[in-house]
Write a protein that binds this ligand. Structure first.
Ligand code: NAP
Length: 263
């Protein structure tokens, strides 16, 4: 299926590793020009080089923290200057820490709001006016299955990603008439480096192996395994395409059936 992404200009935030990297690779493989960011310049450059080598895409990479509004503004402005427009924007950031309510300080709440909610607001504020000018756009927010089914101990994720989902749904309504769709993509257990490290840490504490922990997670998932970042990226690429032009305001899990709710 030709997704019609050739020549589209796509920003993917927090994309030196994991889900963001897989999304950038998939969009570039479909012929889009991608611009990526993350905080660690060396990792970002390695990823940019890998995408260039595998896809032939030019890849614009800029080191920045997505919680820095001025940095996000300058990045988006530079993408528009280089390519003349922004068609697709995928928002993403690292995950907030896993803690129980009474262990989370007020400062940690504020930091998590900046990381998860405000970083999405920053990108949306910058890209939506550019998309509206061209009467075409795709804004995709990466959140978590926690917006469908809260996860024990992930209080910050459960709370603040719900706000991102409310934001995406409202923007979908406000900008739909401008040829812009806004959708929320919800990863379940997906085998990124970070999830592998989490499994290693849990394994160390429990005196067991990474595989045993992955097996425990897999046992909660109807398809019997965790997802791959590429499976997640395939949905994002589809939602970014012309083919998905009537999918708007949706929150779609990529979780092998882990969410038990109906919708
Ligand atoms: P990952 O492998 O740790 O990758 C995170 C990426 O984000 C890295 O490129 C990292 O680079 C960048 N990043 C982190 N904080 C940033 C910041 N403040 N500014 C700019 N870039 C930043 O994580 P992942 O597994 O892909 O997860 C991505 C998101 O999906 C997270 O929010 C995670 O909680 C959520 N999620 C993941 C899963 C899963 O199973 N993998 C499931 C549900 C939800 P730098 O550190 O160099 O900045």
């Amino acid at each position: 299926m030709d997704l019609g992404l050739r020549g589209k200009i796509a920003i993917v935030a927090a994309a030196s590793k994991g889900l963001g990297k897989a999304v950038a690779m998939e969009l570039a493989s479909e012929g889009a020009e991608v611009a990526i960011c993350a905080r660690t310049a060396a990792d970002l450059e390695n990823t940019a080089a890998e995408i260039r080598n595998r896809t032939g895409c030019s890849v614009f990479a800029q080191a920045l923290d997505v919680t820095n509004y001025a940095g996000v503004q300058a990045f988006v402005a530079e993408v528009e200057k280089r390519y003349g427009r922004v068609d697709i924007c995928v928002t993403n950031a690292g995950g907030p820490p896993a803690k129980k309510f009474l262990d989370i300080s007020v400062d940690e709440w504020r930091a998590a709001v900046e990381l998860t909610l405000m970083s999405t607001v920053f990108f949306a504020r910058e890209v939506l006016p550019l998309m509206r000018k061209n009467h075409w756009g795709r804004l995709l927010t990466i959140t978590s299955v926690s917006v469908k089914q809260p996860i024990d101990n992930l209080l910050l994720s459960n709370s603040i990603r719900a706000a991102v989902t409310g934001l995406a749904k409202t923007l979908a309504s406000e900008f739909g008439a401008n040829g812009i769709t806004v959708n929320n993509v919800c990863p379940g257990y997906t085998l990124t480096e970070r999830l592998g490290e989490l499994a290693d840490n849990l394994a160390k504490g429990a005196g067991t192996s990474r595989d045993a922990i992955l097996h425990q997670w897999a046992a909660q998932i109807p398809i019997g395994r965790v997802a791959t970042p590429e499976e997640f990226a395939a949905l994002v690429a589809f939602l970014a395409s012309e083919r998905a032009s009537s999918i708007n305001g949706a929150s779609i899990p990529v979780d092998g059936g882990w969410v038990k709710g109906l919708l």
